[in-house]
Ligand binder design. Structure first.
Ligand SMILES: *[C@@H]1O[C@H](CO)[C@@H](O)[C@H](O)[C@H]1NC(C)=O
Ligand SMILES: CC(=O)N[C@H]1CO[C@H](CO)[C@@H](O)[C@@H]1O
Length: 343
């Protein structure tokens, strides 16, 4: 049984006392779209109406936080499970990481959600709740936001890889496939490298996953756990056993997750971890592009400073991820051809 000091206990207290919506009052100017309501609350949640309204008995906020609570429970289950399977060992999680993962899991239902902040600027609801309202250090709020936006990308990737994903996230920036990765795929098709169909798709996968890891840095594995926790219990079309999740009672502790019914989800996310090893991507966030700024300048003397310069640097990174054996000379030839106008 769960000890009193168990962190989940505190979360249970918060939700069972219905404190969550008070602790985490959503900002007013959220622009909701119908697909977000589908995405942000598990299909099992009781009839949900848009925020502000009272849904018969429960507000939207309560439904969201009940869902978040469920995700925290799932997180603890998957951490234990993967520890048991020898995938991620418990002692390697830093206390700090565990805390951030818990916040992220709790706020997973609103991952990627934005509101109209200062000067009408689209801002992250997660950062608002943790930073402005809960008064966590800004860096922590930002790291939780990063974990969540990376988690959305993992969920999209698992769906793309066809290994059973969650329903596609709404088209927030965070959930959209990276333009660079798509470009790489397009380039492969154009330059005829698809003659070995599987090698082109391997390359695409390596680029896609590599870009996610570069964004996440050291938090890549924490984000993967949160993505997994968020995926469990959602409808997965490929497995009918997932289509009837239990309804979490809103006023009491949610039921324990039947992990055996989530084997499929867990193995899809384990496959991502295996791909990181297979592709040798651990630490890829520390790697600079093959050519530094000066080297680029010498290949493309007409290249102006600014966004175009950044584009060349980003293209090099995509190239590097797609060509793990590639040399700096090959990369030089690549950008010279691709950005011929500036040569
Ligand atoms: C997560 O990844 C980082 C960076 O690769 C590593 O240092 C850390 O040990 C990993 N954590 C676990 C639990 O495996
Ligand atoms: C599940 C539940 O508590 N339902 C109640 C919601 O509120 C209405 C009255 O507004 C009750 O009749 C329901 O029993």
């Amino acid at each position: 049984m769960m000890g009193r000091s168990h962190p989940v206990h505190a979360w249970l207290l918060i939700t069972s006392l219905r404190l969550a919506p008070i602790l985490f009052e959503l900002p007013r100017k959220i622009q909701w779209r119908p697909e977000q309501l589908d995405r942000y609350v598990r299909p099992s949640a009781p009839d949900v109406v848009p925020p502000g309204d009272v849904a018969g008995n429960y507000t939207f906020e309560e439904a969201v936080y009940s869902d978040g609570m469920q995700t925290v429970q799932n997180l603890h289950s998957v951490i234990d499970k993967l520890q048991g399977d020898g995938v991620f060992s418990m002692e390697k999680w830093e206390p700090d990481e565990k805390r951030l993962m818990r916040y992220a899991a709790f706020l997973a239902p609103i991952a990627g959600l934005q509101y109209e902040g200062k000067k009408g600027k689209a801002s992250s609801v997660v950062i608002y709740l943790l930073g402005d309202r809960l008064k966590l250090p800004k860096r922590d709020a930002e790291r939780v936001d990063l974990i969540l936006s990376v988690a959305l990308e993992y969920q999209r990737l698992v769906g793309d890889w066809g290994e059973g994903g969650v329903p596609p996230p709404p088209k927030t920036h965070a959930g959209a496939p990276s333009a660079a990765a798509q470009q790489q795929e397009g380039a492969d098709e154009a330059d005829g490298t698809t003659h070995e169909g599987s090698s082109a798709s391997q390359r695409y996968r390596r680029v896609d996953l590599g870009l996610i890891l570069r964004k996440a840095g050291h938090l890549w594995n924490a984000s993967l756990m949160v993505a997994m926790a968020g995926a469990i219990g959602r409808v997965t079309p490929s497995s009918p056993s997932h289509t009837q999740p239990t309804t979490p009672p809103l006023s009491g502790p949610p039921p324990a997750v039947p992990l055996h019914s989530s084997k499929h989800v867990i193995s899809s996310y384990r496959a991502v971890k295996e791909a990181v090893e297979w592709f040798g991507l651990d630490g890829v966030w520390d790697k600079g592009p093959p050519l530094d700024g000066n080297a680029v300048k010498s290949v493309l003397p007409k290249l102006p400073k600014g966004p175009k310069f950044k584009e060349v640097m980003d293209e090099q990174v995509v190239w590097m991820l797609g060509h793990p054996e590639g040399t700096a000379d090959e990369c030089r030839a690549f950008i010279k051809e691709r950005f011929a106008d500036f040569a």
